[in-house]
Design a protein around this ligand. Sequence first.
Ligand SMILES: [Ca+2]
Ligand SMILES: [Ca+2]
Length: 92
Amino acid sequence: MPIWSPKSVDLPITEVQLKGLLKRYDKNGDGRLSRAELREAFRGLGLNFSGWRAGQALRHSDRNGDGYISEEEMKELIKYAASKWGFSVTLC
Ligand SMILES: [Ca+2]
Ligand SMILES: [Ca+2]
């Protein structure tokens, strides 16, 4: 069951909600999102080119350059997704 259908992408979602959603894709539970986990997350969100987007988002949001998105960096990721891909995210 999709947790967020493509049709609902236009609906406002809060940063907290989106964060919670992203965390569900942290499959190995290390608290960070790898590129592969990001790709799955974006696919789960109904985004096309999820692999490409994962690479773009990672490059933009990975502040410390370790190749993973930490909880801290998720904020950047969400801002990036909101500005680039037209997510209506309520930042809080
Ligand atoms: Ca992980
Ligand atoms: Ca990082």
